[in-house]
Design a binder for this molecule. Structure first.
Ligand code: AMP
Length: 193
């Protein structure tokens, strides 16, 4: 059982690397951004509420996102090799809740991977993605707000994982392949322990 948090600023490549990790290690990819966009596409009450926040670059409340993620963990209980959590946790409260949710299901977090990318590169990548993603939050004004929230609210999550010795820094300033090589090395050496 391998449970991994992939962490990093908006545009750091979490989604791309999560897909590769899920494929190679047979993990279920749980992206809270995708879960919310699915609710928006279905036009649910949660989706309508989330849309007002996402399009402004704000985070959705902790209790709502924790509940949505817990439902997904329970849905897959017993049917997978583990999870890759993408876009969650984004607050220290969420990080603590993740440990509790996993423990309730007899699991624990194996690794936290922090994708580190230069700020200027993050903005360039998100602007480029905005040309094709159709996402309401991939425009300069909202990108800048998301980065500010990342630095103030989300970055402290790093200290939580450093203090519990599950933190691993991964540089993602070059290519998708180079980043994935670093991740494979880490996961493979973790599995040997
Ligand atoms: P993402 O696809 O991970 O970039 O997420 C898109 C947006 O969904 C974020 O900017 C937030 O508004 C919202 N969101 C996704 N995950 C979370 C989370 N763990 N906590 C709060 N809001 C979230």
């Amino acid at each position: 059982m391998l449970n991994i948090v992939i962490f990093g600023a908006p545009g750091s490549g979490k989604g791309t690397q999560s897909v590769l990790i899920a494929q190679k290690y047979g993990l279920v990819h749980l992206s809270t951004g995708d879960i919310l966009r699915d609710e928006i596409a279905k036009g649910t009450t949660i989706g309508k509420f989330a849309n007002t926040l996402i399009s402004k670059g704000d985070l959705v409340p902790d209790d709502l996102i924790i509940k949505l993620l817990n439902q997904k963990i329970i849905e897959h209980k017993g049917f997978c090799n583990g999870f890759i959590f993408d876009g969650f946790p984004r607050t220290v409260t969420q990080a603590q809740a993740l440990d509790e949710m996993l423990a309730q299901n007899g699991k624990k977090l194996s690794l936290m991977l922090d994708l580190q990318v230069k700020e200027s590169m993050l903005i360039d990548r998100l602007i480029a993605r905005g040309k094709t993603s159709g996402r309401s939050d991939d425009n300069l004004e909202t990108i800048q707000k998301r980065l500010t929230i990342y630095h103030h609210v989300t970055a402290p999550v790093v200290d939580f994982y450093k203090s519990t010795k599950r933190f691993n820094a991964i540089s993602n300033n070059t290519t998708v392949e180079d980043c994935f090589l670093q991740i494979e090395k880490l996961i493979d050496s973790f599995k040997l322990i």
